[in-house]
Design a protein around this ligand. Sequence first.
Ligand code: N01
Length: 552
Amino acid sequence: MTQHQTSNTHYDAVVVGAGFAGLYMLHRLRLQGLRAHLFEAGDGVGGTWYWNCYPGARCDVDSMQYSYSWSPQLQQEWQWTERYPAQEEILRYINHVADRFDLRRDITLSTRIVGGQWQAAQQRWRVRTEHGQEVSTQFLITATGCLSESRLPAIEGLEDFKGRIHHTGRWPKTPVDFTGLRVGVMGTGASGIQAIPQLAKQAKQLYVFQRTPNFSVPAWNGPIDPAHQQDWLQHYPEYRAKARSTRSAIMYDYGTQSALEMTPQERLEEMERRWRKGGTNFAHSFSDTFTNRQSNELLGDFVRDKIRQAVHDPEVAQKLLPHDHAIGTKRIGVDTGYYETYNLPHVKLIDLRKTPIERFDATAALTGGQRLELDAMVFATGFDAVTGALERLNIVGEHGRTFKQLWQAGPTSYLGLMTVGFPNLFTITGPGSPSILTNVIISIEQHVEWIADCLAFMQKQGHTRIDPQQAAQDRWVGHVQEVAAGTLFVTANSSYMGANIPGKPKVFLPYIGGFSTYVARCEEVVRKGYEGFDFSSPKAAERQPTASSPSA
Ligand code: N01
């Protein structure tokens, strides 16, 4: 909280979170002349890329695509150095954006929002910070991220363990040196798959505690190809538009044929070609990877063969073969030497399904009748995805309930943008929007622009309050689940399904109908006069609490 903020401080808009979403939102609000302020829990900007600074952290979207598209100048002036951007480089980029657009003067760092309440009399939100101060705001916009609420598993005795404990999603800002140490790492999702080869370079002994083997494809990362960079710089508007017209908002080479329409030789050549290119593009080898069990199985078999080839010890290879989920229904890892790491003599793979960790004591993990002495434990155990950070905000809506109380059976949201009972509260990349199934920066931009345009519309019309309609929200929630049910995604125990968090309802969290389809729906809603939303203005409110929106 800055010196100037007191409980009498009033904003037009408060934004929570200084990642890609929050920074762009703040910029847009200021451009529209609104008095806006952003609160951030960390002591720096960057959001996900601020916290996830574990060894090996890197984005699996091509550098030329994983950046803001809203400023052509910014797009032209930033020079990416590698095919896939490393965490440090992305964080440098975000800091550059904060400086270049002079955003810091409206950001308060090291200040978590820990509560808030809708004030019916004032028709405003009142939000409370961890330091006990309060501000009031007409609009509250959450930019808290889909992967920001990190989770440590509950394992008996962990609190007694005297070694270092780190979570990949809350990595310390000061360098952590594992040289000569006995290190345990739990979690073999996208983060673990990146961290494990790096940890193995330093540790004297590395124990990988694996619950579920995951699929991973090679990154073949390296310095950015200058010709590729030049091509993108010259064609940015065209390529961005192309990316937006796809289901992932990424310019991939999307397979157009079912695996079942191809001969075995054609399939093999196609998968080999994509494997040699590397990256998650591999998952799009076939048009029906995510909807046809047989096609998916063929792709999975190909990766299982690659694992057998990469790992020398057949018993270790066997343990690493993914067997319980269709490929791609949990985020595929994009790695540099992940499977090969298990050939190193000091790396040991422990299958937690066969030998769970019974407990920790001061110096060891006890598993399968053995004491594994450890100096450090790294948890790459993931996040309470999509809804976790929103629930933690502890914001009480008009009906007196928080998101956590309201979402006992799964999140309710209209378009992933607003929830009934939370007037004037927008959720960037909220549940039921494409978010983590896409190039999330592009999804963020679309939400930020939709919200900014909506606020401009309200200003123009003299509206002071917006609410989603119950029926529109119910329809959207039903549609999100219906579309997911037509895919293989709902068959996996993934964080997309909330299955990684004990007690979390098992429903599909993001919208899987495709980015371009989603955007078309959002645009149609606006064209139809913000269909499914109610607006009210002070004058109308005197007559009735909410009035339907006029046609735009
Ligand atoms: O988390 P995860 P993540 N005991 O939830 C295991 C993005 N991302 O941080 O599968 C033992 O995927 C868990 O096992 P299981 C990306 O969107 C992107 O890796 O639940 N193990 C799993 O192996 C991704 O989806 C990039 O059985 C436990 C692992 O921990 C998201 O972040 C890089 C356990 C968690 O995997 C999250 O990825 C990194 C327990 N109690 C991340 N609890 C790139 O762009 C959990 N696990 C490349």
